[in-house]
Design a protein around this ligand. Structure first.
Ligand SMILES: *Cc1c(COP(=O)(O)O)cnc(C)c1O
Length: 379
């Protein structure tokens, strides 16, 4: 009955078109120096999470190339069978040390990590308290777990305390899910305060560090530090750093580890080379945040807390139009629309990279001032 299937898809697409919420894949060839080629044009990209430009670093590429030649393109099986290639093991040791944890576990992606971690730790009878701006994969892992899921207002410490006070007694275990740096807003969670609350109520805390690793001061460390190899580390994959028994449990119980093929050795080797650069080149690692601050200062926006700066537009159509106008001037700044962000909060999400130079940042600020004076002057 593919007629009804096609009709269903066409109806849904018409709804998305009407709301300016349809999404399309655009072929994009990224190059070094924060450049992206789209439809034959070379743009300066402010939409990549490759905050240190490491995806194109010759040392990272060399490490991946060597692992590719030595271990092959893929691991051929689950890590628990024959897929536990040496670069994955070496990377785990280094990630654990970087985070000050006993052990680490590498997953196929950050999304897969959260799908595996959360259901392995909590289930029916347990309670998950999740920041309302948490990433889609935190919500997906929470739902998959079968635990009760309650969201709390973004960074709302009082609401979190109230929820713990009201609900802690009835739940076997409580897991708090938050992010070090929020992916679409660029702000920080008050982690020290959240961890103090967790200690008071014997709750567990997982922090998603996808956007913090290497580019902001980490501050307090949670017992469960998960993240991705796909952003600052310029590669692909995900990880969890935690105490040894937790990692050992997840090795047996995280379904997105047990029932999926180990990530390619070249991806792990690339991430390991990138982590070395993060640790040994602090001046380079400090650049994205410094450039983000330069940008917010130029536009009178609140000072950036991370390399991510949201420029709130409101309506999805208006965000698309502003993005298109910037693209016409040579800047790639992709519009972020619902359901990635709440209705009425469509925005440009500006992401800074160490590979940008000051003149590019200033040029983007000038273009925004010119194209959307109301958005930036009001701040
Ligand atoms: C990107 C992202 C992920 C997913 O990581 P991938 O490795 O891309 O799957 C998870 N959490 C947050 C907050 C992210 O921004």
């Amino acid at each position: 009955m593919s007629d009804s299937l096609d009709a269903f898809a066409r109806d849904k697409l018409a709804d998305l078109d009407a709301a300016a919420l349809r999404r399309r894949l655009v072929t994009t060839a990224r190059g070094p120096g924060a450049r992206a080629e789209r439809e034959g044009r070379s743009l300066v990209s402010f939409s990549c999470n490759d905050y240190l430009g490491l995806a194109h670093d010759p040392r990272v590429i060399a490490a991946a190339t060597e692992a590719l030649a030595r271990y092959g393109a893929g691991t051929g099986a689950s890590r628990l069978v024959t897929g536990n290639a040496p670069p994955l093991v070496a990377l785990e040791e280094r990630l654990a040390r970087h985070k000050g944890k006993e052990a680490a576990l590498v997953f196929g992606s950050g999304y897969l990590a959260n799908l595996g971690i959360v259901p392995a730790l909590v289930g029916p009878g347990d309670l998950i308290l999740i920041d309302e701006l948490g990433h889609s994969c935190l919500f997906a892992g929470a739902r998959l777990s079968g635990a009760e899921v309650q969201r709390f207002p973004h960074n709302g410490l009082e609401a979190l305390r109230a929820a713990l006070r009201a609900r802690r007694g009835a739940a076997r275990h409580v897991l708090i899910l938050t992010e070090r740096i929020f992916s679409m807003d660029g702000d920080r969670a008050p982690l020290a305060e959240i961890l103090a609350l967790a200690a008071e109520f014997d709750a567990w805390t997982l922090v998603d560090d996808a956007h913090g690793l290497g580019v902001v001061e980490p501050g307090a460390r949670a017992p469960l530090e998960m993240g991705t190899l796909s952003k600052t580390l310029g590669s692909y994959g995900g990880y969890l750093c935690a105490a040894r028994p937790v990692i050992d449990l997840l090795t047996s119980r995280a379904r997105s580890l047990v029932y999926t093929t180990g990530l390619p050795p070249a991806s792990a080797a690339a991430a390991l080379a990138a982590l070395t650069i993060v640790e040994t080149e602090p001046d380079w690692a400090a650049r994205p945040l410094a450039l983000a601050r330069r940008f917010t200062e130029r536009l009178g926006l609140p000072a950036a807390q991370s390399p991510i700066v949201p420029v709130l537009v409101g309506a999805a159509e208006a965000a698309l139009a502003l993005s298109a106008a910037l693209e016409a001037r040579g800047f790639l700044v992709v519009a972020i629309r619902p359901p990635t962000v709440a209705p009425g909060t469509a925005r440009l999400r500006v992401a800074f990279s160490a590979a940008h130079d000051e003149a590019q940042v200033d040029a983007l600020a000038a273009a925004l001032r010119d194209l959307a004076p109301d958005l930036v002057a009001a701040a």
